[in-house]
Design a protein around this ligand. Structure first.
Ligand code: KIV
Length: 269
């Protein structure tokens, strides 16, 4: 990835059928830098940080100001990936004008390259307004955590034929409105495959099976920083950093209590 030019929304869209897209979430400088260095095409400052970094029980409470703060930090760690800011609950639902004003803040104040909004055909006017005003939009359908109260829980979506059909209509409506790619969350693998085959823009799956054009995971899940009981089935744990962190803190505590830290190597003459 050395000297690779920065990924743009247009170049991500052109990857459809050419290469699998790798996306990771990051809400801070160090994580964004590691994802960028690993060669992720997209770094998403997902509003899941409300839960993983801020300790809320859902994504609903996180504010535009908090998301701006985290997006700006992640932006400082990214040099090649496309930096996408997740628009938080009620920052784009009220009107297309409200969405444009808030999306503009992510671009102007936090150096985001694009924004993500949740929802299907209902979001067409909003997507059009943002895209026509120069802000690339990543769509998000299937399980949309900002609608958790209406959905009644974090459940697999699109199991019934009519639900899968509605998702297909959402794909058509959103790509027509101008999204450059679509996150598809928590649908059966057959539905993920059918939506990917129908879509002209790349699909980026999270719990949507292997046929999607790309995959995204929440970095805290992937790194093992989320408790195992709170890790969704679709999230593979590639490390157990939570355990490693607790073990390192315990060793530090033991050293301090025993008077063996700091030793000569960690002190000045
Ligand atoms: O908020 C988030 O991290 C997301 C991903 C799950 C796609 O929206």
């Amino acid at each position: 990835m050395k000297n690779h030019p920065k990924w743009t929304a247009e170049r991500i869209r052109a990857l459809k059928g050419q290469a699998r897209i790798v996306a990771l979430t990051a809400g801070d400088f160090a994580t964004a830098r590691a994802a960028d260095e690993a060669g992720a095409h997209i770094v998403l400052v997902g509003d899941s940080l409300a839960m993983t970094m801020l300790g809320y029980s859902s994504t609903l409470p996180v504010t535009v100001e908090q998301m701006l703060h985290h997006t700006a930090a992640a932006a400082r760690g990214v040099s090649r990936a496309l930096l996408v800011a997740d628009m938080p609950f009620l920052s784009y639902q009220v009107s297309a004008e409200q969405a444009l004003a808030n999306a503009g803040r992510f671009v102007k104040e936090a150096a985001a390259d694009a924004v993500k909004i949740e929802g299907g055909a209902l979001r067409v006017p909003t997507v059009r307004t943002l895209v026509q005003n120069g802000i690339p939009v990543l769509g998000h359908i299937g399980l949309t955590p900002q609608s958790i109260r209406a959905l009644g829980g974090y459940k697999v979506q699109g199991r019934r034929d009519e639900e899968a059909q509605r998702l297909l209509e959402d794909v058509r409506a959103l790509e027509e409105a101008g999204v450059f790619a679509l996150v598809i969350e928590c649908v059966p693998r057959e539905v993920g495959a059918a939506l990917t085959a129908a879509a002209h823009v790349p699909t980026i799956g999270i719990g949507a099976g292997p046929a999607c054009d790309g995959q995204i995971l929440v970095s805290h899940d992937l790194l093992g920083l989320t408790p195992p009981s709170a890790t969704p089935r679709f999230a593979k744990r590639y490390a157990e950093l939570g355990e490693q962190m607790a073990a390192a803190f315990a060793r530090f505590k033991a050293d301090v209590e025993a008077g063996t830290f700091p030793d000569a190597d960690h002190s000045y003459d």
